[in-house]
Design a binder for this molecule. Structure first.
Ligand SMILES: [Zn+2]
Ligand SMILES: [Zn+2]
Length: 279
């Protein structure tokens, strides 16, 4: 592991939705919180620029303007700013969309893929299970998976690398990994429950190891205290029992690997701590 290269990592905010804290974690406050959708812009010395998720983008408003997808916005009221779309933040690093070689998709919920159409040249990467979970779904069938078909590129099938079940060296509490670049710098791990085929990413970065936990939990506090979300959220997730197992797994991982900073995509504390304000 010590010989594997480090990746540069920049965390981007792509906008937020409103949520009730007591839904995000059992015993939480009856208070509205801002759930930002975070994206990681990564640079690998040999593989170039990659994105961990594509985040929100303004087209999300069009895509949720009419039923049935308007229900998505009803559940998660959106607060989007076009300037925060990933594609509109790249100039900060002197990058153009074509510089992004690959987008790793944690899962296909709309808040993680709304920016995908801005990267027509990028290879895409997701688990086979996640791809099968959305294949051919439209209307209510798609919405029940948190998926909005209009956000998926029409050439998705040609561009996606669908990853089979992982079998690489396991992470404590979380199980087998997939070594994305074959050098230990970016390791994917299954985080089942929230969405079919969801994955996390353990990245070896200059500031130390980071685990991008996607929606394996909504709040970092869930990991620290091993506390699941409110049962009402069972209606929104793929497998509630697996959600609880994944949070317990993240709790065990955090205890075994205190050197790793864990970043759930929507945790307000992670946003406050990790995302620079550019204004
Ligand atoms: Zn999600
Ligand atoms: Zn999400």
């Amino acid at each position: 592991m010590s010989a594997s290269p480090v990746v540069a990592c920049h965390l981007l905010d792509t906008g937020y939705c409103l949520a009730a804290e007591h839904h995000l974690i059992r015993g939480g406050r009856h208070q509205t919180v801002h759930c930002h959708s975070l994206v990681a812009l990564l640079h690998h010395p040999d593989h170039g620029w990659l994105l961990w998720d594509a985040g929100y983008a303004p087209r999300m408003l069009d895509a949720t303007a009419r039923l049935p997808y308007a229900l998505y916005r009803r559940v998660t009221p959106l607060r989007l700013d076009p300037a925060l779309a990933v594609v509109n933040q790249l100039a900060r690093w002197d990058l153009a969309p074509r510089d992004i070689r690959r987008v790793i998709i944690s899962h296909f919920h709309a808040d993680h893929i709304a920016g995908l159409l801005d990267f027509p040249d990028a290879a895409l990467c997701a688990t086979q299970t996640a791809c099968e979970g959305i294949a051919g779904r439209t209307g209510i069938g798609a919405l029940r998976r948190g998926f909005i078909p209009a956000l998926l590129p029409t050439d998705f099938a040609q561009r996606v690398q669908a990853l089979p079940t992982f079998s690489g060296a396991p992470l404590p509490g979380l199980g087998p990994t997939h070594d994305l670049c074959g050098d230990g710098s970016l390791r994917l791990v299954a985080l089942p429950g929230h969405a079919r085929g969801q994955i996390g990413l353990l990245a070896r970065t200059a500031r130390g190891p980071l685990l991008f936990a996607a929606d394996g939990c909504w709040l970092t506090r869930s990991i620290r205290t091993n506390t699941p979300p409110h049962p009402i959220t069972n209606l929104l997730v793929d497998d509630p029992r697996a959600v609880r197992r994944t949070i317990a797994g993240l709790h065990a991982f955090a205890a075994a690997r205190p050197d790793v900073t864990i970043i759930p995509s929507h945790c307000p504390d992670a946003f406050a701590r990790e995302v620079p304000r550019w204004a």
